[in-house]
Design a protein around this ligand. Structure first.
Ligand code: PEP
Length: 256
C-alpha cells in the first residue's frame, strides 16, 4: 500500500555463541536496551541452554525467541537432542530448520528436514526453512537445486500449514563470507522461490509466505538489500551477536 512502511522480521542466529550464559545475558541486556528506540521485531535464536534464562528476563513485545534446530520426535531415547516441544516450552516461538551448517556438519538430508519442518509446525512453532545453493553455476543448475530442495523439504506441509512457514534463502557461499549476494540477484531469487511455491501450492499462498534473505548481511549492506532485494526479512549470523549492529539492522529493515 502506498505510504505504508513494510515490517520486516530479522532473525538473529547466535549459533554456538557466546561461550557462557553470563556473556549471553550481557549481550541480550544491551539488545533489550537498544530495542526501546527501534520499531520492528527481532527474533533471537540463542543456544538452547540459554533460551529459558533470556526468555524469563524479557517482558516486551519487540523481541521474540527461536531455537536453532530440533529433532522431529517429541521425546524418547534420543541422547543429546532437543525436541520441538521442549523448545516451545522454553519460550521459543520460531524454529530454524535445515540451516546449511546442519546439513554440512550433522548430515541433515531433505528427508530429515521434511520431518523436522512438520514436527516444528505441529509443536506450534513458526518454522524458518533455510534453503540455498552451494555454488552459483553458469548453467543455472542452482535453480533446480532450489526447486528440488523446496519440494522435498516441504513435502509434509499442506496449504493450511504454510501459514506457519517462512523461507530463508541463504546462498551457502555467502554465509560467513565477506560479501552478500547483490540485491538484484536476491530479488531474482525471491521471484523464483515464489514461482516454485505457486507450483507447489497456489499463488495466494506463495504471495503470503515471508521470504527472508541471509548471508553476510551487515550494517553496511542492509539498506541496499532491503531497498532492492524485495525480501520480507533477514537472517543474520555474525552481526546478531553485536547488539548495536543487529539493532541497526532491525531499524534499517523497518525503514529508519
Ligand atoms: C547464517 O548463519 O545463517 C548467516 C547468515 O551468517 P552470517 O550472517 O554470519 O553470514
Amino acid at each position: 500500500m502506498v505510504g505504508m512502511k513494510k515490517k520486516r522480521i530479522v532473525i538473529g542466529n547466535w549459533k554456538m555463541n557466546p561461550p557462557t550464559l553470563a556473556d549471553a545475558k550481557k549481550i541480550f541486556s544491551k539488545i533489550k536496551q537498544l530495542s526501546a528506540e527501534v520499531s520492528g521485531v527481532l527474533v533471537v535464536c540463542p543456544p538452547a541452554t540459554y533460551l529459558n534464562a533470556l526468555v524469563s528476563s524479557y517482558k516486551g513485545k519487540k523481541i521474540m525467541f527461536g531455537a536453532q534446530d530440533a529433532h522431529w520426535l517429541n521425546n524418547g531415547s534420543m541422547t543429546g537432542f532437543l525436541s520441538p516441544t521442549m523448545a516451545q516450552s522454553a519460550g521459543a516461538k520460531y524454529l530454524i530448520v535445515g540451516h546449511s551448517e546442519r546439513r554440512a556438519l550433522a548430515g541433515e538430508t531433505p528427508e530429515i528436514i521434511a520431518k523436522k519442518v512438520l514436527a516444528g509446525v505441529e509443536a506450534q512453532l513458526t518454522v524458518i526453512l533455510c534453503i540455498g545453493e552451494k555454488v552459483r553455476d553458469r548453467n543455472a543448475e542452482y535453480l533446480t537445486v532450489i526447486r528440488e530442495d523446496l519440494r522435498e523439504c516441504l513435502k509434509k506441509i499442506d496449504k493450511r500449514m504454510m501459514a506457519h512457514m517462512m523461507i530463508a534463502y541463504e546462498p551457502v557461499w555467502a554465509i560467513g563470507g565477506r560479501d552478500a549476494m547483490s540485491p538484484s540477484d536476491i530479488h531474482g531469487m525471491t521471484i523464483y522461490i515464489r514461482k516454485v511455491l505457486t507450483e507447489l501450492y497456489d499463488k495466494q499462498i506463495s504471495d503470503a509466505t515471508q521470504i527472508l534473505y541471509g548471508g553476510a548481511v551487515n550494517v553496511d549492506n542492509v539498506a541496499d538489500i532491503v531497498k532492492d532485494g524485495e525480501i520480507d526479512g533477514l537472517l543474520v549470523g555474525r552481526d546478531s551477536l553485536i547488539p548495536e549492529n543487529i539493532m541497526q539492522i532491525v531499524a534499517v529493515a523497518n525503514g529508519k
